[in-house]
Design a protein around this ligand. Structure first.
Ligand SMILES: CSC[C@H]1O[C@@H](n2cnc3c(O)ncnc32)[C@H](O)[C@@H]1O
Ligand SMILES: [Zn+2]
Length: 443
């Protein structure tokens, strides 16, 4: 019998494609083309009979799922992990993080911190992250080195920083940075106005003009704390979402990070405009911001993805932890065990994130034609046996420590403690170098 050639065949005990919804395939092989796209998904016996793969990976006890998509990060903040804990958002930002950022953030800081974050995320099954930080060109350098995929926000705010002076300067620098990574297939961009409380109406209007002209999405913090809402009412007479609506910011390109405090009318508005929410359960809890009403968001029909936020407020970039927390918090807060089942939590961490970034034609599920951004999880550990339902185990039992392989566009970027493009010694050197520079800001 004639066989067709493919670059890679991954044979897995279970394949969880995410689309179609709720499907779990057993003894299945994902066949991958030379260009990193998925060729076909077939029962392993059939794949072996029909295809000749240059490389075969046999995962007898593993689940293979789409790479996790971290929908809200500040990757470089890994260098500030644990520097200022147990503080509410505004105190944390104004008295600790922003002073440290003014003093320490340089292109090198962002490159180093983003490399550290990329390594942590690849080892935890994350293949794509939606970032917002200063010097995105330096972040891009680290992303390219690590081999991960990133949607880099071109940050804008009205406050001067080491990076830029005012909104025009942020926009100029961001757009210049974007020119530098055009043609880099694993990097895409958005405009990232920081938050309603750091942006004037005029600056938001400028962001909107560029977003429309360049076809870019918008990534912003929105309705994160009650303080943010109270300040907005005091200054503008309206809550931030209404202000965003009046400024024309709401739309299908908007990813609103946090959205902890929403009333029913605001949820309806976000749904009607097709906005997306990056739910960040761990960061919301650690900063004492509150518990987002995810069941109500989903009930309204809003697309909700999951994010870690930065490592300085989480303090992990662990999407397995976020999936579990999202499911448990929703049940506990609503007193309804049926809300956010494991399947939904997994969708939030994969296909919903892809939809929010406008990348769902390429990533977020295991489907022919999509890119092979894939993660293998060892399900043979004692705590994963017996396994009645691998999706249940992925959300409620397994952790990032069970991730064995992470592929981005068919490239094996991480396998069992070894990175394709990052040396552990380099990561150690980075943390050793930055620690003394950040120590003076420690609480
Ligand atoms: C201008 S780059 C991004 C900016 O955001 C800050 N930041 C980190 N975490 C949060 C958060 O939860 N809410 C608001 N702002 C946050 C970060 O320190 C940078 O200054
Ligand atoms: Zn954030």
């Amino acid at each position: 019998m004639n066989t067709t050639e493919v670059a890679l065949a991954i044979e897995a005990r279970w394949v969880i494609p995410v689309i179609p919804q709720g499907v779990v395939l057993e003894h299945t092989t994902v066949l991958i083309n030379d260009d990193g796209s998925i060729h076909a998904i077939l029962p392993t016996a059939e794949a072996r009979a029909t295809f000749q793969a240059t490389r075969v990976v046999r995962l007898e006890h593993h689940a293979l799922m789409p790479g996790l998509i971290n929908l809200h990060t500040h990757a470089a903040m890994t260098l500030m992990r644990g520097m200022a804990d147990d503080l509410p958002l505004m105190d944390w930002l104004q008295h600790h993080i922003w002073p440290a950022e003014r003093a320490a953030v340089t292109p090198r800081f962002v490159r180093d911190g983003t490399l550290l974050a990329s390594a942590e995320m690849l080892a935890g099954g994350v293949t794509c992250f939606n970032d917002m930080y200063f010097y995105p060109d330096a972040a891009a350098e680290a992303v390219v080195q690590a081999g991960i995929r990133a949607h880099l926000g071109l940050v804008v705010m009205d406050f001067p920083s080491a990076y830029a002076t005012d909104a025009d300067d942020y926009l100029l620098k961001g757009l210049e940075a974007r020119d530098g990574w055009r043609g880099t297939s694993r990097i895409t961009s958005s405009l990232a106005p920081h938050a309603p409380y750091t942006m004037s109406d005029r600056s938001f209007e400028k962001v909107m003009t560029y977003a429309e002209q360049l076809g870019l999405g918008i990534h912003t913090h929105l309705h994160e704390t009650r303080t943010e809402l109270d300040q907005s009412v005091a200054q503008y007479g309206i809550r931030p979402i209404q202000r965003m609506a009046d400024l024309g910011i709401l739309g299908p390109g908007l990813v609103a990070a946090h959205a902890v405090h929403l009333d029913e009318a605001e949820r309806t508005l976000l749904k009607e405009f097709g906005c997306h929410i990056a739910h960040c359960p761990a960061s919301n809890l650690k900063l004492g911001s509150g518990i987002a009403n995810v069941p109500a968001m989903l009930e309204t029909g809003i697309n909700v993805g999951l994010g870690t936020d930065g490592a300085a407020s989480n303090n992990r970039l662990d999407m397995f932890a976020e999936m579990r927390l999202a499911a448990l918090l929703a049940k506990g807060a609503s007193e309804d065990a049926a809300v956010v089942p494991a399947t939904t939590a997994l969708e939030m961490a994969t296909i919903n994130g892809a939809r929010a970034l406008g990348l769902d034609d390429k990533i977020g599920s295991i489907e022919p034609g999509k890119l092979a951004d894939l993660v293998a999880i060892d399900m043979d550990s004692a705590i994963c046996n017996p396994c009645f339902d691998p999706v249940s185990h992925l959300v409620y039992v397994a952790g990032r420590e069970h991730v064995t392989h992470t592929w981005v566009a068919g490239e094996l970027c991480y396998q069992e403690g070894i990175y394709a493009h990052v040396e552990p010694a380099e990561l150690k050197e980075i943390t050793t170098q930055w620690y003394p520079k950040l120590s003076p800001f420690r609480v």
